[in-house]
Structure formats: C-alpha cells, structure tokens
Write a protein that binds this ligand. Sequence first.
Ligand SMILES: *Cc1c(COP(=O)(O)O)cnc(C)c1O
Length: 401
Amino acid sequence: MQTQNFLDLENTYGAHNYKPLDVVLTKGQGVWVWDVDGKQYLDCLAAYSAVNQGHCHPKIMETMVAQAKKLTLTSRAFRNDQLGPFYKEICELTNSHKVLPMNSGAEAVESVIKAVRKWGYTVKGIPENQAEIIVCSNNFHGRTISIVSFSTDEKARSGFGPFTPGFTIIPFGDSEALEAAITPNTAGFLVEPIQGEAGVIIPQDGYLQAIREICSRKNVVLILDEIQTGLGRTGKILAEEHEGIEADLTLVGKALSGGYFPISAILSNKEVMDVLQPGEHGSTFGGNPLACAVARTALQVLQEDNMLENALNMGDYFLGELKKISSPLVKDIRGRGLMIAMELVPEAGGARPYCLKLAEKGILCKETHEDTIRFAPPLVIQKHEVDWALEQIESVIAEKP
Ligand SMILES: *Cc1c(COP(=O)(O)O)cnc(C)c1O
C-alpha cells in the first residue's frame, strides 16, 4: 500500500481527534524512523518524550520479548515477580518511599487526585467534600473529564461539560499566587516543573524551591507532574533535581514505558500513599508483569547508556547552536536538557508550515500551540545528528514557507 492508501484508511475509519503530519511510519531505530516510502527522518518529538531511550532499544526489546513469553498479566488479585523489584528499583532511583502503578499518564493524574483528596480528609482534617486542589493556567495533565475540568485550554474543554469541581487555577511560575490561593481546605498543589504542552515554559530559577517551602509551611501536598519532564528529558532523572527539591508526590509515565508498553506511576512519600486502603482504587492492567519488566529495563538503560549525561550535553549544545541562528522569524529559544522550544514571531504565520517543511527535509517535530516548535529527540542523539538537524532547521527558518 502507498502512503495515500494509509491516509484514506485512517481518515475513513478513524476518529479525527488528531491532526497528524501525513507521514506514515513503519520502522524505527534509535533517533531515526522510516516511512512506508523508505524516507528516513530524525524524530524530534520522541512520542512526546515516551521514547526517551530511542526507538526499539535492543535491550528493552529483549526484556519485552522474554517477558511476553513468560507471563504478561495476572491482575492485582494475585502478586507477580516483576512488581516488587520494579517498586524497589524505581524508589531507589527517585528517592521515593511508595509506588502506585497505573497505565497511562492521565490515569496517574486521576489517581493522585483521589489520593490527595483522601489525605486531605483523613489526615489534614478537611471537612467532607470540601477539598481543593490548586493547579496552574496553561497546564497539561491529560484528557479525562476531571483533568480537562481544570484545563484553561478552551479546545480541551469546550463541549465536554459538566465538569468536576474542587480545583483552583493560579498563574504558572508565580509562587505568591500560590500562597494567596491556599485556604484551610487546600489539600494539594499540582504543577509541571516545566510546562511541556504549553510550549516548554520554564519558570524562573527559585520557583520550585519557593513552592516547596510554601507547601511545607501550609501543610499542602506538593504534586509534580513529571510525566513529560521526568526520566532524563531535562538531563536529570526528575526535573525537581535542578532545584534540589523533593515533591511529596511525583507522577511519571511516558518514558517509563521505554517506548514499548504503557505504564505510569505515582511516586510518593509514605504518608499520602498509606491513605489508600484495599478496594478503594485499582486497575486491571496496573502493575502487570510485562509493563513492570519493560519499565525496569527502561530505567536501567537510562543509567547504563549514560542518557542523562548525554541529554545534558547534547541539550546544551543544541540550545546554544540554535540561539546562534539569527532569523527575524524567531522570537525566543529556550530549553532544559533535550526539552527545547523555538517560538516564532506572530508574523511567521504559525509553526505548522515550518513543521511541514522540516518533515520534507527529514526532521519530524510538532507545533505546540500556534507559534512554538518543540525539539525533543530521543536522549541517545549524537553530536553529528544534532549538527545535521541544525543545518535543516537553519535552512527552513531562513524564509517564510
Ligand atoms: C502526556 C502528559 C500527560 C498525559 O499522559 P497520557 O499518557 O497521554 O495520558 C500528563 N501530564 C503531562 C505533563 C504530560 O506531558
């Protein structure tokens, strides 16, 4: 079949809830993917950072195949021999005490809302049904009803009400606004250390430390959504490490899968996780041995293959070289590790046409919001590949498409 046949099939039979580039991929290896016509691309999206370890990492593949032949699903009605070791290894790596495994990012967010509300009632003493969770404007935490209830993106919400109450929205990056918004009924503050989908918005230095101090002083649970920033993307296991803080609850997902099999997790201190009792929460596939085995190797190769160090080094280099490109079309270039954004001026006419041009030149990336192009390749990218990407980017933004 040709590209057009695949597009026709998707358009005819699929829900139209995405507007993908018309590239039909069939193979991947490391930072590279190939389409059905054999054209090769550098993947600068990495499945929204779910493929940090690179496509089809051989060691994760070995684990996936071996575990698939052995045991894949038990449900949590019984125990399995991958779950305990997974818990221990991710706790040691992230300095956490307790883990709740789920499948998708949105499920981890939903689960954390339940846990924090329960903590609010049973530990903090908030009157029943009064618990509030503070979140930030321009957040992205997923797509379920409760999560879009506290989105500020009209597209994410419009037509999907009625919404879940109990959320207060404050500006991102403003610790004074957090302090002012906290009431005796505030159970938690949920925030991304760097807002990814909003366009790689990096708060001012000191923000994470400030919100950590406020949450501790006011007895509010600090929840960091590191589903995108975590597991090496910013050059650290968790982005919180850039300011030397520890959240009470941390959400990871995406790259925990190694790009192979969905798994997410809430990493917790002991106090909050211990409020959940048998029967109060669960998931048929959560903590299944296939996902746990894959996640264990996905975490292992991040360390073994020095992906954090590479993300820091290549990120610094990529960012520095991008900043040297002078174009009147570019408004701002920012990033941390390999989470990099190029924001175009409004006169550039939106980021999408540039993404299409980049795809023609062999680079896959996706606009976030109107005017921003995100560059977030797998963490195994090498210098000569960054150099090649820079050449293509420079030529594409030299003129309006
Ligand atoms: C992708 C993402 C989610 C949602 O994860 P899904 O697996 O798509 O449900 C939540 N939070 C952040 C910060 C994300 O980037």
